[in-house]
Write a protein that binds this ligand. Structure first.
Ligand SMILES: [Mg+2]
Length: 367
């Protein structure tokens, strides 16, 4: 099996709730997605996607991904997509860094790897532990009352896991926590995510004020060093997210004692191939984890679902369906979820069939 043709599409998604807000004044109302379709010489078609919530959130940019693909796509033509490590090696040789841009090609290769071996990606990742994935509800940063209402809404849908965006000033953040906890206290998983926006001294004070609550604190400060210093004075379990870009970061953050659990984002690491390694390392270190991504639609969410399905119970933290936050559906599966559980797509590879008509004409074709 050889890669015969790579088509690149651009798709703009709109947020179902109108907008999503995180700390530091970052707002997403629409998302710029880059979708890759790989066709092989034996007639198979695989799909991959890269998308970021907003370019101000992580090191990723739609136009940047498309520019990088001008170099990456021709470099992997003729290669066997069921050899993701070889393909990754060629992408690394072709272009250093730019992990997010490599993610779309890597994911499409795993889709083809699965189809060609008659296996799902979750089975290729080690085996399927669950087909119903417990999801967390994403609560946008807003006034304490609005966040409380949002928690109540998601709770009424059946959600038992929640992630609230905080990372503002001390008084308002404590009111946010209090308002949300009045609705969700006792839930299975409660996370307050500052997205790195507290300074060290702010984080020390806020986290101290939350002592005694059964919650997780996610990415309190911008760096793992600051987060480690806050954690040293806290009794809450910490999750790191933005600080982790590579497997080496996971090892370094563990060495610094900066976290108790990890949040791995597929496109930030550069696709399924590098996240698989980071997940293995995290589990060996005894760290529970969530594999998710920073935006996007049905395709990237399917990849997230396969990771969530293949993570053993002991280390499974949460699932998340980022694609359910946007209006546009491009597959039959369509991020299927209900009652706080997401459904693993069935079938081989990613288990999705993309409606090419919805995507329109490719913006680039490499053959
Ligand atoms: Mg986070």
């Amino acid at each position: 099996m050889k890669i015969k043709q790579i088509d690149v599409f651009q798709k703009t998604y709109t947020m179902s709730a109108g907008k999503f807000v995180i700390s530091g004044g970052k707002v997403a109302s629409d998302q710029d997605s880059t979708i890759v379709r790989i066709e092989t010489d034996n007639g198979l078609v695989g799909w991959g996607e890269q998308c970021v919530f907003s370019p101000g959130y992580l090191v990723a940019h739609g136009d940047g991904a498309r520019a990088a693909l001008k170099l990456l796509a021709p470099a992997v033509l003729g290669m066997d997509p069921s050899t993701p490590e070889l393909i990754y090696g060629v992408m690394e040789k072709t272009m250093k860094g730019h992990y997010y841009a490599k993610a779309a090609i890597d994911i499409a290769c795993w889709d083809l790897f699965g189809q060609s071996t008659n296996m799902s990606v979750s089975d290729l990742l080690g085996g399927t532990h669950r087909t119903q994935i417990p999801l967390y509800a994403p609560i946008s940063m807003a006034s304490p009352d609005e966040m409380k209402d949002d928690c109540a809404k998601w709770k009424s849908f059946g959600y038992k896991r929640f992630q609230m965006k905080v990372g503002g000033d001390y008084e308002t953040d404590l009111k946010r926590v209090e308002a949300c906890m009045s609705v969700i206290e006792g839930a299975e998983r409660i996370i307050f995510d500052a997205n790195g926006n507290w300074t060290q001294h702010e984080a020390v004070q806020i986290v101290a004020a939350l002592d005694g609550l059964k919650i997780f604190v996610e990415q309190p400060c911008a760096t793992m060093e600051e987060s480690a210093r806050v954690k040293a004075r806290s009794r809450q379990p910490f999750i790191l997210d933005e600080s982790l870009l590579t497997s080496a970061d996971v090892l370094r953050a563990h060495e610094l004692n900066a976290m108790d659990a990890v949040m791995l984002k597929i496109s930030r690491f550069g696709g399924i191939t590098p996240v698989k390694k980071a997940r293995d390392i995290s589990m060996e270190l005894g760290l529970a984890l969530t594999v998710e991504d920073s935006g996007g639609g049905d395709i990237i969410t399917a990849a997230m679902a396969h990771f969530s399905a293949s993570t053993p119970d002991r280390f499974f933290m949460n699932g998340f369906f980022t694609g359910s936050m946007v209006k546009e559906r491009i597959t039959e599966w369509g991020c299927k979820n209900s009652g706080g559980f997401g459904e693993l797509p069935t079938g081989t590879g990613l288990g999705i069939s993309v409606d090419k008509e919805i995507l329109g004409k490719p913006i680039a074709t490499y053959a």
